[in-house]
Design a protein. Sequence first.
Length: 501
Amino acid sequence: MKTSQKKELFEEPEFFADLHLDQIIEAITFGRGEYNLKPFFYTLLNDINAIRYRQEIMEDLENKVLFEYIKSFAQKFHEMREHLAQADKLYYKYQKESWFLDAVEIYCEAVTCLARDLTLVDLKSTGFLAFREYLAKYVESESFTSLLSGTKKLKAELSSIKYCLLINGNCIKVCKYESEINYSDIVEKTFKKFKEGDVKDYRMKFSEYTEMNHVEANILDFVVQLYPEIFTNLDNYCIKNINYIDEKISVFDREIQFYMAYLEFISMFKQVGLKFCYPQISSTCKEVYDYESFDLALANKLISNQSPVVLNDFYLKGNERIFVVSGPNQGGKTTFARTFGQVHYLASIGCPVPGSEAQLFLFDKFFTHFEREENINDLHGKLEDELIRIHNIFSKSTPNSIIIINEIFTSTTLKDAVFLSKRIMDKIIKLDLLCVWVTFIDGLSSYSGKTVNVVSTVVPDNPAERTYKIIRKPADGLSYALSIVEKYRLTYDYIKERIKS
């Protein structure tokens, strides 16, 4: 089930922390460390066909029956890996080989069951249909059928071994079982009539410790001498089947966890009524939209606290390319910017995104420019550092890139901030970039026909209270001003009250 020919990335992209994608991926992959899933989330597909390929697999896996079949298969493979890991830890040869044999038996059962289960489901995705066909051929192949029959035969041979232990002081004699009478049954039957109520069980219990002790190991060595042919078969079996796991099935076992992990993660959001959709993706059309979208990282925290999640819509049409986001502090502006970035990124790796309906752009590179704390060890001042960072972004960006800018130039004068912002805006417009720009400079919203202003709103009767709703409307700064005045108790009523006192 190969979703992309691109080489996996093992380092987190630079913009992940700004968009809180690092928090999202950490939550999705939690408890699945054995699969090393993060590279799937770090690697862009940059190909609409590859994105659609993944979307189809996700849609198939939304079938609960199929999901449970795959979950059962994954559990068996997990158990198999635990057996192999345990075999590596053991010291005694034949105990190691026994655990290896059990691992192969689990593998055969897992593959056989999955091949059968996939025939019982109406699959539609190219990936699942191709894998089902491959698996059907594999279980009928000579390599698998001989592995399966050889495993069953060897398990039967080992199960047929019977031996007796004659213990006399510190001496133990091992011999073949020759159908001797089981005197324990006779003794129990004879004294049964004298039994009154429950009695103490004096039978010795075997240790649950996995590793054999030296006495058990020596006994096993004697058993090997009694049944040399069977244990020779076991030796040869382990050598012959050392690489028994089919490579494509092994790849499937890991890759399918990417899909399952994401679907399991978003299921808890769906349970509280939040919506996800499979967005339409275009590499040419920049008219993007997403209705009822939300910040996935923030929502994860809110639903854990049983708090409501605020939904927002966004859209760009015609020549519109740039959202200029203004409004009062702590009103949801940065959350809106992160949401725009999150949905575009998640869509670019083939995942369903927060929202009821969406059309998004397939970008080639993603950049963020968020405010950073000044580094006292850096010879650059804060303003110079911001300019260097924005210059580096433009040196790498193309017309197919996306950039998110959040509250820059706050360390300089308003006049300089306006001048620098307009220069940057000219560059964005010239490159025809999709952009979200969170700013305190209202004038940027009407700078060009490519800019659209959206404002974080407040409760009309109480400007200090945020709604966290972001709506398209001209920036007037009034909500922000009222909020500040209210915060510092400078309204007419507050001032009048203070004069009286």
